[in-house]
Ligand binder design. Structure first.
Ligand SMILES: Cc1ncc(COP(=O)(O)O)c(C=O)c1O
Length: 381
């Protein structure tokens, strides 16, 4: 028997309270017993997104919500900027292209955050650009992009919306949709929301909702205009993922009880401990300048096989982390500390990493990383 530990940046562990609720007998989504559950979710999502706007719940993974953020709002042939500093930034470009938009790429070196001035310059040069798509947290590189600054740029332009993929940002760090003027925010269930995969979420500002009226990209299932209409009656257009929504009510109540600010503080503390712990054993961070608190990406030292480290973590120690993708393949490992994470998940992650690195031939003083993290994680510290 091996006790598995899941420390990947999604899917993430689900609290037993939510698992129990999701195991309850299924109820019918058009009957009265579902309505109060759904209403509670809608309120809880507003709190989580820090918005007065309705948050649409989709039965899809996060990419479905990303797709809806293009197809429900833009027109064929529309020009849109996308920030490409990793796998998920690249995905914005692919979606835009798939639906006949004109993607304008802002290429960012992996591990670095975008310079908002580059976006501003492009918008100044081309008044036809209608949207800016970016990641608030680029999970493939563990980078936090400057959402507030990007939103401040689009806020000055009535014809341009800013669209944040907050799939590993919502419930991780502060991202107040209304206060910052983010026009569209999308997220998914299997990250800081502490649920299994299967729900996508999308909220849109008044400015973005004006785009709903002129959108003409062919679409059917993901129809935000229709979903918003249905929300007026506390309904979804199609059969919702009933059990996941029952679980959603529970996790949103847990977030409310802890307080969003405290959730952010807890996550930030874990992130700091993971980063400092890694540095204490001589590891370099992949995103040292603008790290996301969702996860820590560490560079595998020269001469050590990163794929082997990940394999040892899984096969010898039953710890699942994420490796690097594309150009970072074999070069980094990514330890998550978002959502249903506690002090000892960080300790477990770091100690497992130390053991796996030692097994893979890295020479260092074992325990130093964990000791550093313990210093940071102690309640009194
Ligand atoms: C930042 C970001 N965007 C998009 C996605 C894609 O979401 P999904 O796999 O739920 O479709 C992920 C998933 O890891 C992500 O981390």
């Amino acid at each position: 028997m091996k006790k598995n530990v899941l420390l990947a940046p999604g899917p993430t562990p689900v609290p037993p309270e939510a698992l129990m609720d999701m195991a309850l007998p299924i109820i019918h989504h058009r009957e009265p017993e579902f309505k109060p559950i759904f209403e509670e979710c809608l309120e809880g999502l507003k709190y989580l997104f820090q918005t007065e706007r309705d948050v649409v719940i989709l039965a899809s993974s996060g990419t479905g919500a990303m797709e809806a953020a293009v197809t429900s709002f833009l027109r064929t042939g529309d020009k849109a900027i996308f920030v490409n500093g990793g796998k998920f930034g690249e995905r914005w470009g692919k979606i835009l292209k798939a639906y006949g938009c004109v993607p304008i790429e802002v290429k960012v070196e992996w591990g670095k955050a975008v310079d908002p001035a580059v976006i501003e310059k492009l918008l100044d040069e081309d008044p036809e650009i209608r949207a800016v798509y970016f990641q608030a947290s680029e999970t493939s590189t563990a980078v936090k992009h400057p959402a507030k600054e990007i939103a401040a740029i689009t806020a000055k332009r009535p014809g341009v919306i800013c669209v944040a993929d907050a799939i590993t940002a919502t419930g991780v760090f502060d991202l107040p949709m209304d206060a910052w003027g983010l026009d569209i925010v999308v997220t998914g269930s299997q990250k800081a929301l502490m649920l299994p995969p299967g729900l996508g979420f999308i909220a849109s500002s008044e400015k973005a909702d004006a785009f709903l009226e002129t959108a003409n990209i062919p679409h059917y299932y993901f129809d935000i205009k229709l979903e918003k209409k249905k929300l007026a009656d506390k309904q979804t257009a199609w059969t919702p993922a009933v059990s996941l929504i029952v679980g959603l009510r529970k996790v949103l109540a847990m977030i409310k009880e802890e307080g969003l600010e405290n959730v952010h503080k807890r996550t930030a503390r874990f992130a700091k401990a993971a980063r400092e712990g890694a540095k204490a054993i001589g590891l370099e961070l992949f995103a040292p300048d603008s790290p996301s608190d969702a996860l820590t990406a560490v560079k595998i030292p020269d001469g050590i096989d990163g794929l082997k480290v990940k394999k040892i973590l899984r096969e010898s120690y039953a710890v699942t982390v994420a490796g690097g993708q594309d150009e970072a393949k074999g070069k980094i490992v990514r330890l998550a500390h978002l959502g249903y994470a506690g002090t000892f998940d960080v300790i477990t992650g770091l100690s497992a990493l130390e053991m796996a690195l030692a097994d893979a031939g890295y020479e260092f003083e074992m325990g130093k990383g964990v000791a550093k993290a313990m210093e940071i994680l102690r309640e009194g510290a």
